[in-house]
Structures are given as structure tokens and as C-alpha cells.
Design a protein around this ligand. Structure first.
Ligand code: FAD
Length: 488
């Protein structure tokens, strides 16, 4: 058909998956267009996800650290929070990064088409122009023809249908906008996103309740890690309601009145100045007229792909949150690179590139709370459930010189090694978890060890700088190997 613009690769969505794919494809020599409805590239992660949350969490962590300093011999006065300035800081951080992306797109001659894209055929996407900072449609339409397409349309927050429409009820995007600091806040959903936002708001002065359907917060992480976080964070919460559903809510002048029902039938109620719903994210698969291109979308809105990120339609690929869990930026980026390489391999006749595939053994998870909780690979719970015997090396930070010097020795580092008989006592590392300050910055080493197939001797004999928190990884390996040297 006729088109206003033609390209080798059309990337639908400019989030971490989309821009990574677009940049890699352009670097490999292809003509690339990104379709993005919002004013800036970066998607959820840069605009309303990973980055703004970490900008605020950094401030919260400094405030919390300062409040502990009295025990270390230095007292500060009560913090004076200027919320407008804090919001401004967060906006500046986002602006720097999204501005950087725009410059990188320009440098690579990647065309950014601003608007809402939907398929109109197997080789065409129609883009309805959007304006302003949001996605107000102007009615002006552009048709883009492509040889290959990468769907990177991401996900959005799930909304509980029974919650009334009220500015005091927000999702993560609304919470990141930092409208006010409430006195009393409810977090619906005790996952990473809810607990990170709760950390920010409680440090700024809010009292928290959290309600979670499962029997523990931060699902997915081993309970021993979470326990340390819980102990340190007890003071933030009035109520932690586990195995409990939120069943109703009404907006009243005094606040949002919310009803809960325990799985055992117990009923309770609370009243809140701010309610954050953080009950998960739903993929945008049903909103792009995928059927017009023949791309199969599941009932829940996910798009299935193979290890090369190819959908059921051979020239259309999909990456990131829209292809499934875990919905994490670093997963999206790596998938984006694979899709771009496979496409470049096919279009440019490079057999090696065309064989590119997503073959990561592990994808790390991090809760950027205080302390941080990070884990990668097999967890102890999973090992138990799958009947895989593991040898555990656990190094408590109460024995780490650096953690003690920092006044933050509550954490620990745990490594799990394959202890099946066929490993002959030299099993490879299968997983690991860290709870403590900077855990997220350290978990990458464990991911690398898993990818490289390291065993306890490899890790234990690697000289880590002293005194660092990272040293605890070497020590945990030595504990597992049975030769801990007790270095203070
Ligand atoms: P997205 O980032 O969702 O990008 C999709 C893009 O496509 C969007 O810009 C959207 O506007 C655009 N789009 C969609 N449909 C269309 C259309 N039809 N036409 C035009 N444009 C369209 N992950 C981490 O790894 N670490 C973290 O610390 C972290 N923190 C988070 C904190 C919060 C509060 C939230 C909400 C998420 C967080 N995440 C984090 C998750 C992370 O943001 C996502 O996994 C990541 O953004 C997914 O990238 P993506 O490219 O798949 O999609």
C-alpha cells in the first residue's frame, strides 16, 4: 500500500526495550523509525518508573541515613522538605536522561514519529499524531511502511475496578508525581513497586498500611532476606495486612475509606489521605490492532515470542514487558538487542548476527528499599520446591568490617551452589541473594558468576578489595567451600 514513510525496522514504543532495539539496529546499518506516543523517549522506566523512583529513593535513603547518625556521634536537625524542589530534582534527572536519548536517536539518524501507532496491515503501522507532554490526539495520521517490526509497547498499571475515581487514589505514576505528603497512606500490593514508593512517602512523613493477598511481602525473594528488611522497616507501618483482599472503597471528605477482607473472613476498614494501587502491570498487547498484522495476542494482552523474540508472524518481533515476566528494564534491553541483531542479520545477510538469541541464564531482581534486597538465579525456596540440593554459603554482615564501619551491619550475603551428587562437591553457583545497603549494586557479580558457571572456589579465590561490602560475596563462597578465613 501507499506510505508516508518507509523504513527497514519500525519499533513500536520508545521504552528501554524499544530504544535499545532501535539504536542497535541503526548501529548495525539499518534505517530505523521509532513510534512513540509521549513527548520523550524512555518509556515507563525513564519517565515514570525506574529512574524517577530511584531519584526519590536516593533522597529518602540520605534522610534515613542522617537520622541514624546520632548513634554514630553526629546529630542533625529535623529535615525541612521542600516538596516542589524535590519534585524539580526528579524532573531534572528525567530530563537529563530523556534528553540524552533524543540526542542519541538523532546521532544515529533514527526517525522518531510522535503519535499513537496501530497496525493497519502486516507491513504498515498507522500513527495518529499526539501533542503536548501527554497523548492528546491531533487527528493527523501518518502511515509507516516497514520490512520488519519490533513491538515494544510495554505495559501499564493494573487498576482495581471498584476503586472510585478520586485524585487521592493513585497508581505508581500518580505517586511519583508527588502531589502531597499524606499523613496516612495505604499501599495496595506489597510488591517491589509498592514498597519502594512506601519507603519514599514514609521517610517524607507518611504513616503506612500495606495490604497484600499473599502470605508475605516482596514475593519472589527468599524469606530470610525479606525478614531483615521487615525488621528494619517495622517503624514505617501501622498495619501490615497479609492474606487480605481489598474489597471496597469510598471517597469521603475525611479521606478514602477502604474495606478489607482476610482470606479467613476477617473484615476490617481504614481511612487514608492517599491510596496507592500497586497490584501489578498489564501488557499493552490489545491496544495496537495486532490482529491486522496477524500477530497473536493472549487473553491477558501478552505477545508470545521465541528465543529470537519472533512472534507468530515471522517478520514481526516483540520485546520487553509486552512479552511477559519479569517486567524489568534490563530484560527489555537485552531482548531489544537480540531482536535488532536477528533482523540486521536477515536483512543484511549476516548469518552470525541472524543466529542471535536470548539465552541469559538469569535475570536479577532488586528492591531499592532500605536496606536493599537483591536476588538472582535459583532462590532457596525454589531449590526446595524443585528438589535441588544446594550447598549454602551465608556471610553475615555483622562480620564485615565495612558494614560495621558504615553502621549498617544488618544485612547478609547468601550464595547457593549445586550440591547434587553429580556435582562431586564442586557444584556451580545456582543463585544468590543479598540484603543490605547497596545490595543492588553488588548482585551483578553473582549474575556474572552464574553466567560463567563459577563454583565456590572460583568466587572464593577471587581477590575482592578490603574493606568493601562486595567482599561478602567472596566470603560467602568461602563459607560454602568450608575455608572461611575470618578476615574482619
Ligand atoms: P515501556 O517502558 O512500557 O515502554 C513502552 C513505550 O511504548 C511507552 O513509552 C509507551 O508510551 C509506548 N507505546 C505503547 N503503545 C504505544 C502505541 N500504540 N503507540 C505509540 N507508543 C506506544 N524495572 C527495572 O528493571 N528496575 C527498576 O528499578 C524498575 N522500577 C520501576 C518502578 C516503577 C514505578 C515502575 C512502574 C516500573 C519499574 N520498572 C523497573 C519496570 C520497567 O519500567 C519496565 O520493565 C520497562 O520500562 C519495560 O520496558 P519496555 O520497553 O518493555 O516498555
Amino acid at each position: 500500500g501507499s506510505a508516508d514513510l518507509a523504513c527497514d525496522v519500525l519499533v513500536l514504543g520508545g521504552g528501554p526495550g524499544g530504544y535499545s532495539a532501535a539504536f542497535r539496529a541503526a548501529d548495525l546499518g539499518l534505517k530505523v523509525a521509532i513510534v512513540e506516543r509521549y513527548a520523550t523517549l524512555g518509556g515507563v522506566c525513564l519517565n515514570v518508573g525506574c529512574i524517577p523512583s530511584k531519584a526519590l529513593l536516593h533522597v529518602a535513603a540520605v534522610m534515613d541515613e542522617v537520622s541514624h547518625m546520632a548513634d554514630l556521634g553526629v546529630e542533625f536537625g529535623r529535615p525541612l522538605v521542600n516538596i516542589d524542589k524535590l519534585r524539580g530534582h526528579k524532573e531534572k534527572v528525567i530530563g537529563k536522561l530523556t534528553g540524552g536519548l533524543a540526542a542519541m536517536a538523532k546521532m544515529r539518524k533514527v526517525t522518531v514519529v510522535r503519535g499513537y501507532g496501530a497496525f493497519v496491515g502486516p507491513n504498515h503501522v498507522e500513527v495518529e499524531e499526539t501533542t503536548g507532554t501527554g497523548q492528546d490526539k491531533t487527528g493527523s495520521k501518518t502511515v509507516v511502511a516497514f520490512k520488519r517490526c519490533i513491538i515494544a509497547a510495554g505495559s501499564q498499571a493494573v487498576r482495581l475496578p471498584f476503586l472510585p475515581d478520586d485524585p487521592r487514589i493513585v497508581d505508581s505514576t500518580g505517586a511519583l508525581a508527588l502531589p502531597t505528603v499524606p499523613k496516612k497512606m495505604l499501599i495496595i500490593g506489597g510488591g517491589i513497586i509498592g514498597l519502594e514508593m512506601g519507603t519514599v512517602y514514609s521517610t517524607l512523613g507518611a504513616r503506612l498500611d500495606v495490604v497484600e493477598m499473599m502470605d508475605g511481602l516482596m514475593q519472589g525473594a527468599d524469606r530470610d532476606l525479606v525478614k531483615v528488611w521487615e525488621k528494619m522497616n517495622k517503624g514505617r507501618f501501622d498495619n501490615i495486612l497479609l492474606k487480605t483482599k481489598t474489597v471496597g472503597a469510598q471517597a469521603t471528605p475525611e479521606g478514602i475509606r477502604v474495606q478489607f477482607e482476610g482470606l479467613d473472613g476477617t473484615k476490617s476498614e481504614g481511612i487514608y489521605d492517599l491510596v496507592l494501587q500497586a497490584v501489578g502491570r498489564t501488557p499493552n498487547g490489545k491496544k495496537i490492532a495486532a490482529d491486522k498484522a496477524g500477530v497473536a495476542v493472549t487473553d491477558r494482552g501478552f505477545i508470545g515470542v521465541d528465543v529470537q523474540m519472533r512472534t507468530n508472524v515471522p517478520h514481526i518481533f516483540a520485546i520487553g514487558d509486552i512479552v511477559g515476566q519479569p517486567m524489568l528494564a534490563h530484560k527489555a534491553v537485552h531482548e531489544g538487542h537480540v531482536a535488532a541483531e536477528v533482523i540486521a542479520g536477515e536483512l543484511l545477510g549476516d548469518a552470525a548476527l541472524a543466529r542471535s538469541a536470548f539465552d541469559a541464564r538469569v535475570i536479577p531482581s532488586v528492591a531499592y528499599t532500605d536496606p536493599e534486597v537483591a536476588w538472582v538465579g535459583l532462590t532457596e525456596d525454589q531449590a526446595k520446591a524443585q528438589g535441588i540440593p544446594v550447598k549454602k554459603g551465608l556471610f553475615p554482615w555483622s562480620a564485615s568490617g565495612r558494614a560495621i564501619a558504615n553502621g549498617r551491619d544488618e544485612g547478609f550475603t547468601k550464595l547457593l551452589f549445586d550440591d547434587r551428587p553429580e556435582a562431586h562437591g564442586h557444584g556451580k553457583i545456582l543463585g544468590g541473594g543479598i540484603v543490605g545497603t547497596h545490595a543492588g549494586d553488588m548482585i551483578g557479580e553473582i549474575a556474572l558468576a552464574i553466567e560463567m558457571g563459577a563454583d565456590a572456589v572460583d568466587i572464593g579465590k577471587t581477590i575482592h578489595p578490603h574493606p568493601t561490602l562486595g567482599e561478602s560475596i567472596g566470603m560467602a563462597a568461602e563459607v560454602a567451600h568450608g575455608s572461611c578465613t575470618d578476615l574482619p
